[in-house]
Design a protein around this ligand. Structure first.
Ligand SMILES: [Zn+2]
Length: 272
């Protein structure tokens, strides 16, 4: 059985979801962490997690693209607006009896949006602090922003009563140095279909050396279909290709990869 630790199922049209869930079950996927990333998608994520509650787990958050709305806005105003949004999303989940298993995805992307670095940092930090307050793990996106990501995670980890005890750097494409630092902080590393791409030697190196108890696998559906389906719409059923590649790289059985990554996800997200 496989645990897809990151998929945006809210991005799919409603009439496709039954098929996607069926395909996932046929492919041996038992669990999917369904991640929101902005207002509408958070609401839809709650809805579909309620509908397919046996298989889907719910993560809610406001990602780097949400920072665009706050360009030039003062820190105080952003804090106020975000506090309202976070409280609202948690309340909606509670009303639908959906357990929020993680805050995410959240994080920094200076590759695509360097111009919104300042509001991105504020959004990210606030949500990491919320997660600490709620005792929830964080699902973190990081692209070309390793230094600031480490600073925010360690500042929150180190100070003021709370601590980020856990979280995952999802769809890991970072440096070996960054991997070793986040592992030292207690984080997990999520390996996506990129691990099957021809030019992704750096991701394969990471997938090989992440300790057995810190490795997660994910599809990041509908993006990043693994080989041999690269370029097609991705869905959790394709997680098998990621697991097979990780097994090949580590020189261990496919079943072992399935078992350990599923156990890790259950431990991190407290999903049983
Ligand atoms: Zn994602």
């Amino acid at each position: 059985m496989l645990f897809d630790s990151h998929a945006h199922l809210a991005s799919f049209p409603d009439d496709k979801l039954d098929g996607i869930v069926k395909n996932a079950i046929s492919a041996g996927v038992s669990d999917v962490m369904c991640t929101g990333h902005e207002q509408i998608m958070n609401e839809r994520t709650i809805e579909i997690c309620a509908r397919y509650h046996k298989m889907l787990h719910c993560a809610l958050g406001y990602d780097r693209d949400c920072a665009k709305a706050y360009a030039g806005v003062s820190r105080l105003e952003i804090v106020r607006a975000m506090e309202g949004l976070i409280a609202g999303m948690l309340q909606q989940a509670a009303q639908k009896h959906v357990r929020v298993a993680a805050i995410g995805e959240i994080g920094l992307d200076y590759h695509y949006s360097p111009e919104t670095a300042e509001p991105q940092k504020i959004l990210f930090q606030l949500q990491v602090e919320s997660a600490v307050g709620l005792g929830l793990p964080v699902i973190v996106h990081c692209r070309d922003a390793e230094q600031d990501t480490l600073e925010i995670l360690s500042a929150v980890s180190g100070g003021g009563g709370g601590r980020v005890s856990c979280g995952v750097i999802h769809c890991f494409t970072g440096s070996a140095e960054f991997a070793s630092k986040v592992l030292n902080m207690g984080f997990y590393i999520g390996i996506s279909g990129i691990v099957t791409f021809r030019n992704a030697e750096n991701v394969r190196e990471i997938a090989k050396y992440v300790p057995e108890d810190r490795l997660l696998i994910e599809t990041d559906s509908p993006y990043l279909s693994p080989m041999p389906d690269r370029g097609r719409v991705n869905e959790p059923a394709r997680l098998e290709s990621v697991a097979r590649k990780v097994a090949e790289i580590r020189g261990i059985a496919y079943e072992k990869v399935a078992e350990m990554t599923r156990a890790n996800a259950i431990r991190l997200f407290n999903c049983m």
